[in-house]
Design a protein around this ligand. Structure first.
Ligand SMILES: [Zn+2]
Length: 253
């Protein structure tokens, strides 16, 4: 059975002596793996479409255990990202994180659109790397069923003032309630500063329509805290260890 869909390559590993196993995020099937056979005359086209970050219209053949990539029309490979190691390493992390959360069929189309928009803005240099990273992390977490509760303090319901985000719990604590959270936990919970500007940014990313997710601005101080909070939330909620994230940080210093 043949399947036509759009998809982006999130990862590739050698398969057998000559073929490649691709991890694809597709708009119709969610995340799938597909074998890209070393082709004869179709070689250059399929090879280009098998590279990480290649976005194509794909024709897949449904085999017994795997999909097999039959043909591909490359639409974008975000080539300019390769000219900037910081951007390229961030794109690598976005792919690794996406593979880790395994987007399901139901949210695949929106996740794919989010990833494409993020890569497009990253390639253009339209917004700072850390801003794009934070927006992607937070919205991806929401699409994957991990949504932080930023309505107010989880202890007393206060909505004014500055908070702490407890990323493992996905909740806020005000300064009056924080000692209770600290004393009731077995281990002192990790926490990050969460002022109102960051809370507004989180609200925006959580609630926005897909087309407006990136349409907000922050001061550079708030942007740094926003990025720290989104990353801490992502790491604590997934429990993931991402070598590409460590690499990104080492590149960006
Ligand atoms: Zn409180």
């Amino acid at each position: 059975m043949h399947l036509k869909t759009h998809g982006i390559v999130l990862g590739q590993t050698p398969f057998g002596s000559q073929d490649k196993m691709l991890t694809l995020l597709t708009s119709d099937q969610g995340m799938i793996t597909a074998i890209a056979k070393t082709p004869g005359r179709k070689k250059s086209r399929l090879s280009a479409a098998s590279e990480v970050l290649a976005y194509s219209e794909l024709t897949l053949f449904e085999g017994r255990t795997h999909y097999i990539l039959d043909s591909a029309d490359l639409e974008n490979n975000f080539f300019k990202l390769r000219e900037d190691l910081g951007k390229l390493s961030l794109a690598g992390y976005l792919c690794e994180l996406t593979r880790f959360v395994i987007p399901q069929k139901e949210t695949a189309a929106e996740t794919l659109r989010l990833l494409l928009n993020t890569l497009y803005l990253l390639e253009k240099g339209a917004r700072p790397n850390d801003f794009l990273k934070a927006v992607y992390e937070l919205r991806l977490m929401c699409l994957s069923g991990f949504q932080p509760d930023v309505e107010g303090c989880a202890g007393c319901g206060e909505t004014e003032g500055d908070f702490w985000l407890l990323p493992g719990e996905g909740v806020l604590a005000c300064k009056d309630c924080l000692p209770d959270f600290l004393s009731s936990a077995e281990r002192e919970p990790y926490r990050v500063p969460f002022p109102q500007a960051v809370r507004r940014a989180f609200f925006h990313v959580i609630q926005s329509e897909p087309g407006k997710i990136f349409s907000f601005k922050l001061s550079s101080d708030a942007e740094k805290l926003f990025a720290d909070a989104a990353e801490a939330f992502t790491i604590f909620q997934t429990g993931g260890k991402f070598s590409s994230l460590d690499f990104y940080h080492s590149v960006m210093g």
